[in-house]
Design a binder for this molecule. Sequence first.
Ligand code: GTP
Ligand code: MG
Length: 207
Amino acid sequence: MIIQSAEFVASNPAYHTCPPTDKAEYAFIGRSNVGKSSLINALLNRRNLARTSGVPGKTRLINHFMVNNAWYLVDLPGYGYARISKKEREKWEEMIRHYLLKRSNLMCTFVLIDVRIEPKPIDLEFINWFGEKQLPLKIVFTKADKLTRVATERNVAQFKRALSDMWDELPGYFITSAETGEGCEELLKFISAENELYTQWETDRGK
Ligand code: GTP
Ligand code: MG
């Protein structure tokens, strides 16, 4: 897919004030510092569309970007950020859960995992929650440029083993680097195919 245009649309505190659900939508989520904003910028070929920040846990809103006037990419606040109160964290997690469960045009959520870090309960629990709710997800391993190919494959295999207790058929995954652009084309290709599905559904629904 060629990115012809990409623009910020809006930041919203709740799913029901988000833009109209008339376009296919893809959400990006992961722990703070996993490389979410960097990957979004790499995918869209923009230096600073999604803000990369030195202050973790800053993004607390649902951020919509429109791509090629055809689909939405959504930057969600990271989960598991420790330095906030329990009450605030619960409120934030509820907002994300509501969005993920209720946003009708959400085609797929990409859960980002730093490929250097061993499987953490918070990531596994989050991914398993998708399985429980039968929501579509793909795992996106980030920062692959920081490891050798062998180490990357070893860590991916370890992550798959950690999931295999809960999953009969493991979720699909991409191995990416915002630094080298690895995996970006594959990810965009996947989105492109999903966009076609969405258009097909819309056409069928209109019939
Ligand atoms: P929050 O918005 O704070 O939750 O963080 P984020 O997940 O958006 O992470 P961000 O993109 O801001 O990146 C965090 C740090 O990791 C920055 O210093 C980036 O430069 C670095 N980083 C992100 N992706 C990559 C990558 O693919 N390779 C390398 N080497 N560094 C990366
Ligand atoms: Mg960010």
